[in-house]
Design a protein around this ligand. Structure first.
Ligand code: BDP
Length: 604
C-alpha cells in the first residue's frame, strides 16, 4: 500500500487542523443521518490527536462509541480529469468516511491507513463536506479485543486486556490527493547483495502493480536513484531484478536510502504516472541462535515504546517524534518495538532514514484471558470462548495490512504478530499455526515472531517452534520475586537456559522493567525507587551477558505512559526510563552507559 505523495503526476493536500467535533452520546448519529448536514456542535477538535484528554470533560473522556468530525474541503481546481482520493492514516478503532453524506470508505482496526477514490462525488474547484465518524469500541471480534459493560449509572464502560489507555480519534493525518487514472498502485522491493566487501553489487527485485486501463502498449520503466538523486540503473517491466554495482548498504546506525522511481509510460513513451519509493539494500536472516543483518550478528538495544504523550494522547506529532528519536540516540538505543500496534508511517520513515532497527507489531495485544484478574474482566477460556473466528479473521487482516503497509521499510527486521497471547494449552497452536504461515507467505524475507508472556514458560508454551525468533517479556524481580533480585536472577537465567535447550533460536528480551516513581530514592532496594529500577536492569544485563543466544534487550518502557484505571497503576504505567514528559530517571543514565559499551557488539 503506497503512501500518498506529491510528484510530477500527483498532488497532495493535507487536511489536518481543526474539525467540528461532536460526541455521539446516544450512538444515534448514523441512524439520525448526521453525515447529511452540518454537525450541530460548538466543539472543535484538532487533528491529529486523541480527543480524550483535550476537553476538560469526563463524559467525553469516558465516552464509548462514535464521535464525529467534520470540515469543508475545497478540491484544487487543477484536478479536473484526475482521480481524486481521500486517505486517513488511521481512525481508532473504526472509521466511516462520508463525502456530502455518501459513505465512501469504512475500516475496522485503529492503526492502519484506508481511504477511497471519491472522484464521482466531487468536482475540481468545488467544495465538499467531509464527515468522519470514529468509534473507539473494542469487542470480542476486534484487534485488540475488549468488552463493553454497563455501570450502575447506565453508562457504558469499555474493558480491555491491555495495559495502555484506550485513546481514540483521528491520531494521524488526513489527506486529499490526485492521481492519474492509470497509475502505480503498489510497489514491492526485496533486496540482496553479493560480492566481497568493498565490491558489493546490490540486487533489487521489484514488483509493480498498475491500476486502471493502461492499454496494451503501455509500459513500465523503473529508475533507481542513489541518495543524491543520481540515476544508478534502470529496468523495464512490471517485475524484474536490477543490479546496483558498488552498492551502499543500509546498516543499523548507518542508513543509506535509494529510491525506486516507477513510471507508467503511454504508447508514445510519455510518463503517465510516477511514484518514488524509498528503499534500502540490506538482508535479514536467522542462523542458529544468531540474528544477522547484512550477514553480521546484530544485538538489539532499546525499548518497547508507545505512541503516548500528554494532551495529544496517541496523536502523531513530528516534533514529539523527533524528540523521542533524539532521546533514543542520546541513550544509545539502536532499535525499538512498536508495542503494541503499528506506529505512524512518519515514524517508520524516520527509522529508515536514521538507521534505527524496528520490530514491527500488529495491534493483537490482550488475546489472553489469563489476565482477567489483572484487568478486572470476566474469567473465561482464551480460545473458543474469548477469541472467536471473527477475532481470527480480523487478526489475519491486521497481519496482512501491516505487511502491505510496511514491507518496503529497511528498518523493519521482524514481524511481531501478537503481544502476550495465551501460547499454552488447548487451541493456541490451532490459532497461531495459520497466522505464522500467513505472515511468512506474505513476506518470505523477514523473520516472524510473537511476544511470549511470563506465564507461558518453555514447559508450557506450545507455539514458539512455529516462529524464527523467541521474544520474551519477563518480570522476575517485579511481578515475581518482588524486591528479591537474587532469586529473580536465578529464575531468569534458568528459564533462558531452558529456552536455549528447547529450541536453540535467537532470543530477544522484548520487555523487562520495574515501575519507578521519579524522585523516590532508597538505600534498601525498595521496589518503585530509582535505585531499584537501575539494580533490576543491571541484574538482567548480568544474565544476558551469560546467555549467548540472547540477541537483544528492549527495556519496558521507553517512557511512562497512560493506562486504564486499576489498583496496580498510579497515574499510568511508570516503567519508563524517561518520565511521560521525557525527563531521564536514574536508570536512563545507567542504560546510556551500558549501551555505549555495547555499541561494538551491536554493529560488528
Ligand atoms: C506486559 C505487557 C505490557 C505491560 C507490561 C507491564 O506486554 O503492555 O505494560 O507487561 O505490566 O504484560 O508493565
Amino acid at each position: 500500500m503506497l503512501k500518498p505523495q506529491n510528484g510530477p503526476t500527483r498532488e497532495l493536500v493535507n487536511l489536518d487542523g481543526l474539525y467540528a467535533f461532536k460526541v455521539d452520546s446516544a450512538n444515534s448519529g448514523l441512524a439520525e443521518g448526521w453525515q447529511n448536514a452540518r454537525l450541530e456542535t460548538s466543539l472543535e477538535m484538532g487533528v491529529p490527536a486523541s480527543y480524550n484528554d483535550v476537553f476538560a470533560d469526563q463524559e467525553i473522556r469516558d465516552h464509548v462509541g462514535w464521535v464525529w468530525y467534520q470540515r469543508e474541503v475545497r478540491v484544487p481546481r487543477g484536478w479536473a480529469g484526475e482521480r481524486i482520493h481521500v486517505r486517513l492514516d488511521s481512525a481508532t478503532h473504526a472509521g466511516r468516511v462520508f463525502v456530502d453524506g455518501a459513505l465512501v470508505a469504512e475500516h475496522l482496526g485503529g492503526y492502519m491507513p484506508f481511504g477511497a477514490d471519491i472522484t464521482e462525488h466531487v468536482t475540481a474547484g468545488g467544495t465538499f463536506r467531509l464527515t468522519i465518524a470514529v468509534s473507539n469500541e473494542l469487542t470480542q471480534a476486534t484487534i485488540p479485543p475488549g468488552s463493553i459493560t454497563v455501570g450502575a449509572d447506565g453508562r457504558r464502560q469499555q474493558k480491555y486486556m491491555h495495559d495502555f489507555y484506550n485513546y481514540a480519534g483521528l491520531h494521524r493525518s488526513v489527506w486529499l490527493y490526485s492521481t492519474p487514472a492509470v497509475r502505480v498502485e503498489d510497489i514491492t522491493v526485496v533486496t540482496g547483495f553479493e560480492g566481497t566487501p568493498g565490491e558489493l553489487t546490490g540486487t533489487v527485485e521489484y514488483r509493480i502493480a498498475v491500476a486502471g486501463d493502461a492499454g496494451a502498449d503501455a509500459a513500465v520503466r523503473v529508475r533507481i536513484l542513489d541518495a543524491d538523486g543520481a540515476e544508478v540503473t534502470t529496468a523495464h517491466g512490471v517485475e524484474g531484478t536490477a543490479a546496483i554495482p558498488g552498492v551502499v548498504l543500509w546498516q543499523p546506525g548507518r542508513a543509506y536510502l535509494y529510491a525506486l522511481v516507477a513510471e507508467v509510460l503511454d504508447a508514445d513513451g510519455a510518463v503517465v504516472d510516477s511514484y518514488s519509493q524509498p528503499f534500502g539494500v540490506r538482508t535479514v536472516e536467522v542462523r542458529g541462535t544468531e540474528f544477522l543483518i547484512n550477514g553480521e550478528p546484530f544485538y538489539f538495544t532499546g525499548f518497547g515504546m508507545h505512541e503516548d504523550h500528554t494532551t495529544i494522547g496517541k496523536g502523531h506529532s513530528d516534533a514529539h517524534m523527533v524528540n523521542d528519536f533524539s532521546l533514543l540516540d542520546w541513550i544509545g538505543a539502536n532499535s525499538f518495538r512498536t508495542a503494541h500496534y503499528p506506529y505512524a508511517e512518519e515514524v517508520m520513515d524516520f527509522a529508515d532514514r536514521h538507521g534505527i532497527v524496528v520490530i514491527d507489531e500488529t495491534a493483537a495485544v490482550g488475546l489472553n484471558a489469563d489476565f482477567a484478574g489483572f484487568f478486572g474482566t470476566t474469567p473465561m477460556a482464551t480460545y473458543g470462548e474469548m477469541v472467536t473466528d471473527e477475532t481470527a479473521a480480523n487478526h489475519r487482516q491486521a497481519i496482512s495490512e501491516l505487511i502491505a503497509r510496511d514491507k518496503n521499510h529497511p528498518s523493519v527486521v521482524i514481524w511481531s504478530i501478537a503481544n502476550e497471547p495465551k501460547s499454552s494449552g488447548e487451541g493456541a497452536r490451532e490459532y497461531f499455526e495459520p497466522l505464522a504461515a500467513l505472515a511468512r507467505e506474505l513476506d518470505p524475507t523477514r523473520p516472524v515472531g510473537f511476544v511470549n508472556v511470563m506465564f507461558d514458560t518453555p514447559d508450557k508454551d506450545v507455539i514458539s517452534d512455529l516462529f524464527d525468533v523467541i521474544m520474551l517479556n519477563r518480570y522476575y524481580g517485579w511481578y515475581l520475586n518482588t524486591g528479591d533480585l537474587a532469586s529473580a536472577e536465578k529464575a531468569l537465567e534458568d528459564e533462558l537456559t531452558t529456552w536455549t535447550e528447547k529450541l536453540g533460536r535467537p532470543m530477544i528480551m522484548t520487555e523487562y522493567g520495574a515501575d519507578t516513581l521519579p524522585g523516590f530514592h532508597s538505600l534498601y532496594g525498595q521496589p518503585w525507587s530509582e535505585e531499584y529500577q537501575a539494580d533490576f536492569l543491571d541484574m538482567y544485563h548480568r544474565v544476558f551477558d551469560r546467555v549467548p543466544a540472547l540477541v537483544g534487550e528492549h527495556v519496558w518502557n521507553f517512557a511512562d505512559f497512560a493506562t486504564s484505571n486499576g489498583i496496580m497503576r498510579v497515574d499510568g504505567n511508570k516503567k519508563g526510563a524517561f518520565t511521560r514528559d521525557r525527563r531521564p530517571k536514574a536508570a536512563a543514565h545507567a542504560l546510556r552507559r551500558r549501551w555505549a559499551g555495547l555499541r561494538d557488539r551491536a554493529q560488528r
